[in-house]
Design a protein around this ligand. Structure first.
Ligand SMILES: [Zn+2]
Length: 100
């Protein structure tokens, strides 16, 4: 395995982890009850899990700040500003940051 393919595999792993986290942003009511903090990969804010008060009909959390269903939780996702930024780039193409 050359360096190039190793780099490709690393990139794939990074991508898979944001895809995996994105999956966990759906139907996440139960996971949020088990979490201390949540993060939104739309506005990239990190907030206490207890701040989530609105849910879609399929129990997907809405961000308390922007009302987007783009919330992940530390029960099963790494909630750091760095990771939220990567997810934002992946799913929103840095849209929010460009607006700031
Ligand atoms: Zn948000």
């Amino acid at each position: 395995m050359g360096l190039t393919s190793h780099a490709k595999i690393l990139a794939l792993h990074r991508k898979l982890s944001t895809y995996d986290a994105h999956e966990k942003s759906f139907n996440n009511f139960d996971a949020i009850q088990k979490s201390q903090k949540c993060g939104c990969f739309f506005c990239e804010r990190i907030f206490p899990a207890g701040e989530v008060e609105d849910w879609t009909s399929d129990n997907t959390a809405f961000c308390p700040y922007f009302g987007m269903d783009s919330v992940v939780q530390d029960y099963n996702v790494k909630v750091t500003s760095h990771f939220l930024r990567r997810m934002n780039a992946e799913w929103f193409g840095n849209f929010v940051r460009q607006q700031r």
